[in-house]
Design a protein around this ligand. Sequence first.
Ligand SMILES: NC(=O)c1ccc[n+]([C@@H]2O[C@H](COP(=O)([O-])OP(=O)(O)OC[C@H]3O[C@@H](n4cnc5c(N)ncnc54)[C@H](OP(=O)(O)O)[C@@H]3O)[C@@H](O)[C@H]2O)c1
Length: 322
Amino acid sequence: MKQKILILGAKGMLGGELVRIFECDENYEVIAWDKEDIDVTDHVRLKQKIDGLWPDIICNAIAYNAVDACEDDYIEQDRAIALNTTYPETLAKIAKSLQAVCVHYSTDYVFDGERPVYKDGALSPSCCGGSCRGCMYRGSEDTIENYVYVEDDLPKPLSRYGQTKYDGEQAVSKCAGRYYIIRLSKLFGMPAVSAAGKKSFFDVMLEKGQSCMESGESIRVVDGEVSKFTYAPDLALETKAIIEDGSESGVYHIVNDGACTWFDAVLELYALTGINVHIEPVTPETFQRPAPRPRCSVLGTTKRETLRHYKQALAEYLELSR
Ligand SMILES: NC(=O)c1ccc[n+]([C@@H]2O[C@H](COP(=O)([O-])OP(=O)(O)OC[C@H]3O[C@@H](n4cnc5c(N)ncnc54)[C@H](OP(=O)(O)O)[C@@H]3O)[C@@H](O)[C@H]2O)c1
């Protein structure tokens, strides 16, 4: 018998890939909802609609992702809490009542990026400390593996957005039956097709690089905030594998390999696409943004195999999106 899977946020960047991946498998019946189908902040309607469907799996790819907008603005904060905390709690309860698997996504921004790191029994030097080339580049003995956050590390969000996501994680783990909370960072893939859909960092930088090549301007890119990229189709496939493996309920870190700064990633992007512009590395403080970001939030996993390198995934994405 087919497994009925409900995907919420089906027109988003990740939701769209989840729909594509599950629809390719005849063992699943996919129900794809976005804003036109349901406003998930209407919890009564949400419960009625999901109860009527009785899915085996509920996959939540909806979130409030405007990291800066909700830092100082109370109305935006309420929206972030509604989508990232309150709604996932209700969804987890609905899933439990139907004995459905509950899949929920979260972020590296639940960590503060200041994890004290021990190497051979000694405390490693603290990370970048201002001249942010990324702490992994300090000293030849230091490798990024010493700075990785694994699933059991204790979150300590720096921003309001991070706090709402962490609160959502806790609500899901408390209220759901069988559940997977999957943390990712720096998502990229085909742009979302929803009304307010955003392009990923790579698509934005591609456009910027092309226009700067024509105008002869240089580009300034933050050489810090070290973390890993996540390619949406790889994440969707891994989500499917986690469900099908009958994995234990809990938190999972799923990212592509290759920790890097934003600057490193743009170098790679322009090398792959032949964009020839001057790129100036700058510190994170150069661009004043309301929400603080972790300096080094590299996700590592103790539960799954690491996904392929982001450079390989990026090359594939560029090929497919041309
Ligand atoms: N993007 C990243 O770099 C990143 C990084 C770390 C973690 N994550 C996590 O990954 C997951 C997927 O993110 P994403 O970037 O794929 O999200 P996304 O592209 O913004 O997609 C979210 C979808 O949910 C819809 N939606 C918003 N409010 C809704 C409502 N009230 N009722 C029904 N649908 C609603 C959106 O529609 P509209 O667009 O019309 O609002 C959109 O189609 C999230 O949990 C996110 O926190 C993302």
